[in-house]
Write a protein that binds this ligand. Structure first.
Ligand code: PXG
Ligand code: PLP
Length: 439
């Protein structure tokens, strides 16, 4: 096993990883095809997490591979500051066409974190452009994840991602999260809990609407353990935002591109937000790319408030709309369409839900949550050692041939949308066997 290591592991300061623990027993992936990875010791690993929630069409997809190869040979890079290249415009149009309502204007970033910070900046600048510069406050939610930029961690609601990094952005407040153990083992959306959205009224009353720019939430919280929204919750947020002139931002970095059985969570829940952040599935995880999609009126406000020859938004990344990412994105959207993968996810959902909930009664399982092709399996923590049991389960799943994600004591499962029903059974079967043998 050791001699298969490509090189020394010391130099790479690994992200969101216990570096010393990992480097003492590394897990390297060396190839991928379809719904499987190949590990460095030559095993086939069922990809139960679509990489990191991003490879929705599975791995090694030829049309995407070829599009990237062609693009690298034809146009490796082109600036998008005061310049352009055709595929950036084409991909923006294709994304706009996929989005519900008048979500028609697409700003490219390189990650979900950049998309989150971009959306927050657009929200504040929008109110200023409208002549309401007092609206600067941002509202997030406990257990929200919006990446790791200063905006994202300020609005996000994960204490470990915040406490090490100083005073963060000023003027941020948070809604309560929507999880309630009294509703453990709910299938799909919880029927109760809509009133948690009404907490926004309390926050508005405290700060006054004239100080609030936007609220940002994940329609379904992914990385903090799969928390589906209560029925009516997102509709209630939309209603309160409209009443007070507050922008509603959906962070669809995970929920976008079919994960919930529709193109976007906005469609599944029938709520059109003002801004949507995207990443991950946009290029099937192949080339880094994120995006912010804005409603047309919001974009028009920027156009109308600036002189004809003025830059309307002082923001952008060297690699906004990178040619390789655009080529990958176009090929990815073709695949989603040609293979009907969003519809496929919707068709698989009942089987997936049944398989996930078959783990009810397995040792240590205290809750199972699911929606679309996502499930969270929450384990009872070992007393005094939060996260230890979850991590143990994650490692043992990997050793048994399954990649999952773990957050605390919650295993998250989000397989590629091309997964077969027998592979769904295999996936939850492996988790069940691991749980049966866990301390
Ligand atoms: N918003 C949401 C809702 C996300 O889930 C980001 C923003 C940030 O995207 P980038 O591309 O900057 O990482 C994310 C990313 C996990 C996990 O397994 C989740 C994410 C990333 C890594 C791991 O919980 N989500
Ligand atoms: N730092 C320096 C010194 C730069 O010149 C730039 C971009 O030109 C950046 C940071 C930002 O890099 P990016 O546009 O890739 O986010």
């Amino acid at each position: 096993m050791d001699d298969a290591r490509p090189n020394d592991l010391d130099a790479f300061w690994m992200p969101f990883t216990a570096n010393r623990q990992f480097k003492s027993a590394p897990r390297l992936l060396v190839a991928a095809e379809g719904v499987h990875y190949t590990s460095h010791d030559g095993r086939q690993i069922l990809d139960g997490s679509s990489g990191l929630w991003c490879c929705n069409a599975g791995h090694g997809r030829q049309p995407i591979v070829e599009a990237i190869q062609r693009q690298a040979a034809e146009l490796d890079f082109a600036p998008t500051f005061q310049m352009g290249h055709p595929k950036a415009f084409e991909l923006a149009s294709r994304v706009a066409a996929l989005m519900p309502g008048d979500l028609d204007r697409v700003f490219f970033t390189n990650s979900g974190s950049e998309a989150a910070d971009t959306a927050l900046k657009i929200a504040i600048a929008y109110h200023r452009a409208r002549g309401e510069a007092s609206r600067t406050r941002l509202i997030g939610r406990e257990r929200g994840y919006h990446g790791v930029g200063f905006g994202g961690i300020s609005v996000g609601g994960i204490s470990t991602n915040r406490k090490f990094f100083g005073s963060l952005l000023p003027g941020v407040d948070h809604l309560p999260h929507t999880h309630d153990m009294a509703r453990a083992f709910t299938r799909g959306q919880p029927a109760t809990g809509q009133e948690l959205a009404t907490e926004l009224e309390r926050i508005v009353a405290l700060h006054d609407a004239s100080t609030i720019a936007a609220i940002m939430v994940e329609p379904l919280a992914g990385s903090t353990g799969v928390l589906p929204p209560p029925v009516g919750y997102l509709q209630e947020l939309r209603r309160i935002c409209d009443k007070h002139g507050i922008l509603l931002i959906f962070d669809e970095v995970i929920t976008g591109f079919g994960r919930l059985g529709k193109g976007f969570a906005a469609e599944r829940f029938g709520v059109v937000p003002d801004l949507v952040t995207l990443a991950k599935g946009l290029t099937n995880g192949t080339v880094p790319m994120g995006a912010v999609v804005a409603r047309d009126g919001l974009y028009q406000t920027f156009m109308d408030s600036a002189a004809e020859n003025a830059i309307e938004l002082f923001h952008g990344y060297t690699y906004s709309g990178h040619p390789l990412a655009c080529a990958a994105g176009l090929a990815t959207l073709d695949l989603y369409r040609d293979e009907g993968l969003f519809e496929r996810a919707a068709e698989l959902e009942p089987h997936f839900e049944e398989a996930a909930h078959s783990l009810r009664g397995s040792p240590h399982v205290v809750d199972i949550r699911n929606l679309g092709l996502v499930a969270g399996i929450e384990l009872a923590p070992i007393p005094g050692k939060p996260g230890a049991r979850g991590f143990d389960a994650f490692v043992k799943c990997y050793e048994a041939g399954l990649l999952t994600r773990v957050t605390g004591d919650i295993l998250a499962v989000s397989p590629p949308l091309i997964i077969e029903t027998r592979q769904i059974d295999e996936l939850f079967g492996i988790i069940g066997e691991v749980l049966n043998k866990l301390d």
